[in-house]
Design a protein around this ligand. Structure first.
Ligand code: NAP
Length: 279
């Protein structure tokens, strides 16, 4: 049996077509879904990510408003910017690009985003609601992974899922989303012992470590589902995928797996926020 490629590029394209149609319906009602992107400082990678997100907005007919703040911005200044965006009825979603310069209290600023505009799923309240199964915008990378898994009709119920990484935007929400789908979840991190043995027992693995090719192919059980959230300049992820089709039953390629789903989920959630504003 050959491995299924969980093709994020393909699903994101299909989704963009349906988003475009829904944007058209809203525009007939005089509403243009609008995402505000907030970029603090001059980190080249962050600049690229924000540009990609804004380009996707324009491709589907949505508006994006770019707010660029200097490297020296204080927490208070950023909080004021977020407050203004919260109060602006023409803004449906706010993206505060992570990471912000170190003098800023990033958590405080994330949590200042109005829950109804938290389309990137970064607030503690949104995380708590999502974890409790209450309607909330999920953190975009894990939510995009779940959409990809569901599109390919993979049922995670009862599977032993291992999430490697516990960051607030990726590993933790990923684990909660899999738990909510009745998977049996193990979360691993930098202090985990015998990681290879834990992974060898996994039916589904999510690599969210931030180290190129950290998880080795020979740690992976035959027929496991392999999700690689990592992306590095060498065009590889956090999992060694070289011969993965000989081992996995399904896997996300890098690039073209998880990445496109992250951006697509942000755009989709901004659209959903605009649709809710009509109701
Ligand atoms: P992060 O905040 O740096 O978190 C990395 C996690 O990996 C931490 O929880 C850390 O554990 C764990 N870790 C580090 N070394 C480890 C080790 N030796 N063994 C086991 N666990 C270890 O990174 P992130 O933001 O979650 O991102 C993770 C990856 O996803 C990166 O490759 C990033 O580029 C990628 N990413 C992709 C997208 C996308 O759209 N495709 C979006 C976001 C991130 P501790 O908590 O113990 O330190």
């Amino acid at each position: 049996m050959s491995a299924i490629i969980l093709d994020g590029n393909k699903l994101a394209k299909i989704s963009e077509e349906s988003i475009k149609q829904r944007v058209g319906v809203l525009s007939e009602k005089g509403i243009r879904p609008t995402l505000a992107t907030v970029l603090v400082g001059n980190d080249p990678a962050s600049e690229t990510y924000v540009k990609m997100k804004r380009n996707t907005c324009s491709r589907v007919g949505m508006e994006s408003i770019a707010i660029e703040l200097p490297e020296s911005t204080s927490t208070e200044e950023l909080l004021k910017t977020i407050k203004d965006l919260n109060n602006d009825n023409d803004i449906h979603g706010i993206l505060l690009q992570h990471p912000v310069p170190s003098q800023i209290d990033e958590r405080l600023c994330f949590d200042a985003i109005d829950i109804d505009k938290d389309v990137d799923g970064v607030t503690c309240l949104g995380f708590g609601n999502m974890s409790m199964g209450i309607d909330a915008y999920g953190s975009c990378t894990p939510a995009g992974i779940i959409r990809l898994i569901e599109h390919y009709k993979i049922n995670v119920e009862g599977l032993n899922s291992v999430v490697v990484g516990r960051s607030p935007i990726l590993g933790k929400p990923m684990a909660m989303m899999l738990l909510n789908l009745n998977s049996t979840v193990t979360i691993c991190h930098s202090r985990t012992k015998n990681l290879d043995a834990i992974i060898k027992n996994a039916d589904l693995i999510v690599g969210a470590v931030g180290i190129p090719k950290f998880i080795k192919t020979n740690w992976i059980k035959k027929n496991a589902i392999v999700i690689d959230a990592g992306y590095h300049p060498e065009k590889c992820g956090d999992i060694e995928l070289d011969n993965i089709e000989e081992v996995a039953s399904a896997y996300t390629p890098v690039p073209g797996g998880v990445g496109p789903m992250t951006i697509n989920t942000l755009i989709l959630q901004t659209l959903q926020s605009a649709e809710k504003s009509v109701k």
